[in-house]
Design a binder for this molecule. Sequence first.
Ligand code: NAD
Ligand code: DAU
Length: 338
Amino acid sequence: MTSPHLLVTGGAGFIGSNFVHHVLAHTDARVTVLDKLTYAGSSASLAGLPEDRVRLVEGDIADVALVDELVAPLTGEGDAIVHYAAESHNDNSLNDPSPFLQTNLLGTYTLLEAARKHGTRLHHISTDEVYGDLELDDPERFTEHTPYNPSSPYSSTKAGSDLLVRAWVRSFDVRATISNCSNNYGPRQHVEKFIPRQITNLLDGIRPRLYGKGENVRDWIHADDHSSAVLTILEKGRLGETYLIGADGEKSNKEVVELILQQMGRESDDYDHVTDRPGHDLRYAIDSTKLREELGWTPAYRDFEAGLAATIDWYRANEEWWRGQKAETEAKYAKAGQ
Ligand code: NAD
Ligand code: DAU
């Protein structure tokens, strides 16, 4: 029997590369990564992985001919497309929504059409942001039954991509599953995102920047736990189903910044409040009961402070990975008063 072959789109980005590392460590699958290597993707995130098991193809998920060529061979037992590629940053989507429509909607459509043509299994990676936001004191968390109510150009295009997947399942019997995960942290995340931005700011002697009052709550999960959940869904998930992925990690942005400051040896109030994000979602929170009870998944990282400390250590030790992103990212934020 040959080992399964996975086509991982966006596999040179933050969570996609984590998934590739995870698959290599925990299965005997071979991986083809299809990644456009936008500003958010880096071949360095796949460095050191064995060449006989991982191949990086630089290209666009909306390139019909290329996608067809890569999906056509995926007809064996366990073969699948695992679709991470996206424009992923809310702030960028507020400045220029156009690449979000192109990649998140047309790119997903292109993959679905290839999956339909070749009968290939597809797992679509999505976000809890499709559900909009919650009040700080709302006793309910997001479940698979929460109505869609996205707020930003980013989250609305992710919501649209989820709906395309559902329609292709129902109308064309495409063998697909969807997962909606909460905020990820861990190594190899672009410095535009909240946690790496504050860590690398402090390493550069810049005070952390908190949008608005810092009361917004995110539900943090380590990227390794996201990867183990996706692998579980690929192995045991029911076709056509949606699974929410979360690790009960709710924290306000202010709490996270204070922890980073403490862990990096600074006073916990040594940060600046800056201009808030327009339309800023207040709170996300995931109820992952279905994934845990139906498929038996549990997160391995239960201590956010320990995971954060390890993430800080990674950015300290891997300056060559992030240095090239930093100046341009901060220049963009400075323009927005952030
Ligand atoms: P990222 O921005 O770090 O990586 C995205 C990757 O996709 C990059 O490598 C980029 O080069 C690639 N890409 C972009 N456009 C492409 C195109 N047209 N063709 C091929 N490749 C393209 O994003 P991330 O944070 O790793 O997120 C990955 C996925 O997980 C996204 O679908 C995102 O919506 C979802 N997600 C992210 C989080 C989070 O906290 N970061 C949480 C839940 C879900
Ligand atoms: O919930 C899942 C989503 O999490 C994913 O779908 C997105 O791809 C991912 O980017 C993330 O979205 P957020 O907008 O929540 O993440 P971001 O890292 O941009 O911001 C996290 C919180 O921190 C948010 O409330 C905004 C705030 N923030 C962000 C930055 C960059 C700050 O206070 N200061 C900052 O400098």
